[in-house]
Structure formats: structure tokens, C-alpha cells
Design a protein around this ligand. Structure first.
Ligand code: FAD
Length: 468
């Protein structure tokens, strides 16, 4: 009997899917945003999808996979962008979607299972006591909270609260290890960094405890500018307004808003750059006064004055921002791709200006203002009018030479997409929690090849990237 057949026998009674077409579909994420990853990962598929309904069933899955040496790649809803949730060595795709209960809500705190959809958590906390999560990805309506913590970084709300990595933005995680007898760990404080943004390579998150803040019926606003740099300066100044409560500030360069935001197109001229904002309803008068200080600013749309028909047909503003800008672009022009840039404080505006002058319409700007290490600055998710991989690498080099670090979304490993160095804390925890290296193989270079030289500029190629 093969290991897989033995595994199926051990998991008799659990929800298992082995139809190859469905398994392949559940083995994919949004890796195809990157023409580079598309070439490398398009063939990747697991062998089985297992969907446990409880922690007890999940422990049964892990024990059986450990016994039969079968890799396990955890999956929320597969909205990650870098092949994070793709099973490079085959094996089990562990779907968390049936563990989706919101378990407890109290002042300032929610406890939920890791497979809960982010917007469902917000719905429950709003209905319970007018509270909402501090920050969410623009995929809130589809992504799981566990996937956000294991694979995401920040998003809508980060202008006030910073990113997931900031102490206090996650309170507690309940984590299972991948051992003969899986341990159940409750992690808090500094320990959280062992498993956060580790792509599920060193533990399975089963439950999260997250801080809450007051919920508002956020007003979606689009502000237009003839010049992208005016939009960037407006965004920066808005982020620094101490008394004006906003949840999202995203300047996006012309002609992207007009060309990509098809349902909002009637509000936007082709040559207009737009700042996408979410503003607390009680702050709208202050916001309008602030906007009038900028001669070049033109209020194009505000949802608190929109018609019933518009309110019904328009997506929420946050689904124009973060990686939804890229998604809307790909729907209009599948040949584009994108980058992830940090414009470091305090020279963020100069950084944006330099790159805009250097690259023009080959790399139209998209900024996301955030609080980062206590300062207001911006990330960029610029669109790249893609020609070749060589040119893409040249564009990356130009950013880095100009002091704007790139978090490369065209790499599937933690290190190459991130800080380009070993994360000793995550590696040490993997040694303890996944001694056989069965969790999401191929994503942590430090585990696969401890001698890998990050300064060599060579690509890491996972030898197990299996082809049928
Ligand atoms: P998946 O993609 O299924 O998984 C992500 C990673 O986490 C994988 O490595 C997976 O193995 C691991 N994982 C999943 N669940 C668990 C678990 N329970 N325990 C351990 N490991 C686990 N990201 C942002 O940070 N901010 C944004 O604003 C944002 N906007 C996006 C917009 C679009 C249109 C798209 C396509 C992506 C965007 N992303 C963003 C990326 C992604 O949507 C988020 O990170 C999302 O929260 C991932 O959730 P998921 O359930 O889809 O996770």
C-alpha cells in the first residue's frame, strides 16, 4: 500500500478530496500575478485536500501525515500572492475553512478559529458591540484570519495601527506542532514572531485572539489631482493629521484609476491621479476643510452623498486599494505585473518623486500610507508594464540603488520575498516544531539549504518542486 493510500485509511471519516482537478484548483493561490512565478509554479499540485472540522480532527491529520512522511501545506482561502499556499512537494493541502467559528467577543478583544473569514469576524463584532478588527487585508471578504497572520503583513487600518508584526496587533495564537504527538502551544508576546508571516512552515495556527477598535460606517472618498506628486503630498499630509480619523489613504497615478476602476470610471478623468480614502463619518467636515487647503484637489466621489444605485453597484473603496489595484489592472491588461516597495521615512516623498521621474509610465505609482515604526510613511505597490524578467530585475535594482527597498513578490521563499536573510527565530522554532520538515516544504531556504548565500544574487530553486 502506498503512503497516500495508508494515509487515506488513517483519515477515514474525515472530509477528504482527491479529485485531481479540484485538488489542483485548491493547490493554487494568486501566484499568477507574477509572470516569473507563473512559469515556475503553474504545474504545482497536491495529492489530497483534507478539511478538518475541529482541532481534534486536525491533530489526527498531522499525526497520520507525520507517520507516513507526507508533506502538509496549510491553506486558508488561497488569496496569497507568492505561491505561499502552494504545495511544492505535493502531499496534503490542509484546508482550514471548516474551522471558522467566532468564539468569544469582549471589549477590545475577539477570539476566532483560524479559518474564519476576516469580514465575518468584523460582522460578528459589529453586531455584538460596535467593534471591528484594527486592520484587515483588502481581501477581507475572502481571506481567513489565519492566512492573514501566516502570510499577510498589513492593510486597511495600517495608517493608524501599523502592521501585523507590531507588538499588540495580535494578542495570542494557538498553534499545533508537526510531531508524532502534536503539541498544542499558546503563544503571546515576542513568541508570536516565531509563527507570524512564516507561511505555515513551522506550525498550524488553529485559534487567534485579536484586538478590536471602534467600528464606523466608513465613508469612501476619491480625491482627484492632475499631478501624481500632488496626490502623494496630499496623502502624506493627510496621514499626519492628528485629529482626522481615516482608515485608508492610497494615492494612485493616472491613468490607472480611470483605466482600471471600471465601475468608478464615470467619476474619474483619464489624466487624473486619485487618492482613495476611507474617512470616519463624523470627520467628513474636517476632511472637506483639509481637502480645500489643497488647490489642486478635487473631491470626485464620497459615498455619504452617493445615489442608492451607486451604493449598490460600487465595490468598497478598500477593494480599489492594496493588491486589489493590481487585480483590477490584471483584469484590464493581463500583461502587467507589480512590485512592493518601501519608501523609508523621512524621505518618502523624495523617494516617490525620484522613482516616478526615473521610470514614468513604465512603472505607474500606487502608494499606501501606513504607520511604520511610529512614523507615517508609504509603501508602494506600483504597476509594472512588464516586458522581460531582465528588465523587471533592472527596475528592482534601480529602486534599491535609490534607497527604496523591494519586498520581491516574484519569489516564493520567505527570505527572497522578505529581508534576504535567515530568520533565526523562525528557523529555530521549525527545528522544534517540525523536525521532519514536512510543513510547507520549499518556502524556508534556511531549512532547505543552510549554506545558501543571499549575497550571491542567485535564485533559490527548491529541488523538490515536483512535476508529474
Ligand atoms: P492563504 O493564501 O491560504 O495562505 C497564506 C499563507 O499562510 C500560506 O503560506 C499558508 O500556508 C499559510 N496559512 C494559512 N492558514 C494558516 C494557518 N491556519 N496556520 C498556519 N499557516 C497558515 N495581504 C495583505 O497583507 N494586505 C492586503 O491588503 C492584501 N491585499 C490583497 C489583495 C488581493 C487582491 C490579493 C490577491 C491578495 C492580497 N493580500 C494582501 C494577500 C492575501 O490576500 C492576504 O495575506 C490574506 O490575508 C491571506 O489569507 P488566505 O486565507 O487567503 O491565506
Amino acid at each position: 500500500m502506498s503512503a497516500l493510500e495508508a494515509l487515506k485509511k488513517d483519515l477515514d471519516g474525515l472530509q477528504i478530496e482527491d479529485n485531481p482537478q479540484i485538488v489542483k484548483q485548491k493547490s493554487r493561490d494568486f501566484f499568477w500575478y507574477s509572470p516569473v512565478l507563473k512559469g515556475q509554479l503553474d504545474h504545482v499540485t497536491g495529492d489530497l485536500v483534507v478539511t478538518p472540522k475541529s482541532e481534534a480532527e486536525l491533530i489526527q491529520v498531522l499525526k497520520a501525515c507525520y507517520a507516513h512522511d507526507i508533506p502538509v501545506t496549510t491553506r486558508g482561502t488561497g488569496t496569497g500572492n507568492y505561491g505561499q499556499a502552494m504545495p511544492l512537494a505535493g502531499g496534503v493541502v490542509l484546508s482550514m475553512t471548516a474551522m471558522d467559528r467566532v468564539k468569544e467577543i469582549r471589549p477590545g478583544v475577539v477570539v476566532a478559529e483560524a479559518g474564519a473569514i476576516v469580514s465575518k469576524i468584523d460582522e460578528a463584532t459589529r453586531a455584538h458591540s460596535g467593534q471591528e478588527l484594527r486592520l484587515h487585508p483588502s481581501t477581507a471578504r475572502t481571506a481567513t484570519i489565519g492566512g492573514f497572520i501566516a502570510g499577510g503583513s498589513g492593510g486597511v487600518g495600517s495608517i493608524n495601527w501599523g502592521g501585523l508584526r507590531d507588538l499588540g496587533n495580535v494578542i495570542r495564537l494557538r498553534v499545533l506542532t508537526m510531531e508524532a504527538e502534536p503539541k498544542v502551544l499558546e503563544m503571546t508576546g515576542e513568541d508570536l514572531h516565531k509563527v507570524m508571516h512564516a507561511y505555515g512552515t513551522n506550525g498550524i495556527i488553529t485559534e487567534v485572539e485579536m484586538p478590536l477598535t471602534a467600528a464606523y460606517d466608513w465613508v469612501d472618498v476619491l480625491v482627484g489631482f492632475d499631478d501624481f506628486m500632488d496626490a502623494a503630498v496630499f496623502g502624506d499630509a493627510l496621514g499626519n493629521q492628528d485629529g482626522l480619523l481615516v482608515k485608508e489613504i492610497a494615492p494612485i497615478a493616472a491613468p490607472l484609476p480611470h483605466d482600471y476602476f471600471l465601475r468608478h470610471q464615470k467619476f474619474i478623468r483619464k489624466d487624473q491621479s486619485v487618492v482613495v480614502c476611507m474617512v470616519a463619518p463624523f470627520a467628513m467636515d474636517a476632511f472637506a476643510a483639509f481637502t480645500r487647503r489643497f488647490k489642486a484637489a478635487e473631491m470626485l466621489y464620497r459615498s455619504d452623498m452617493a445615489s442608492e444605485a451607486d451604493l449598490k453597484s460600487l465595490p468598497p473603496a478598500y477593494e480599489l486599494a492594496w493588491n486589489h489595484t493590481t487585480l483590477r489592472g490584471l483584469r484590464v491588461d493581463p500583461s502587467i505585473t507589480y512590485l512592493q516597495v518601501l519608501y523609508p521615512f523621512p524621505t518618502q516623498i523624495e523617494g516617490v518623486r525620484r522613482m516616478t521621474e526615473l521610470l514614468g509610465d513604465e512603472v505607474p505609482g500606487h502608494l499606501e500610507f501606513v504607520r511604520f515604526d511610529g512614523k507615517i510613511t508609504c509603501f508602494g505597490l506600483p504597476i509594472v508594464r512588464y516586458t522581460t524578467e531582465e528588465r523587471l530585475n533592472e527596475i528592482i535594482r534601480l529602486h534599491e540603488d535609490n534607497g527604496c527597498p523591494i519586498f520581491n513578490p516574484h519569489r516564493y521563499t520567505l527570505e527572497e520575498g522578505g529581508m534576504k536573510q535567515t530568520d533565526a527565530v523562525q528557523l529555530a522554532f521549525k527545528r522544534e516544531a517540525d523536525p521532519k520538515g514536512l510543513l510547507n516544504p520549499g518556502k524556508m531556504i534556511a531549512w532547505e539549504n543552510p549554506d545558501f548565500d543571499f549575497s550571491s544574487n542567485k535564485l533559490f530553486l527548491f529541488p523538490g518542486l515536483h512535476r508529474d
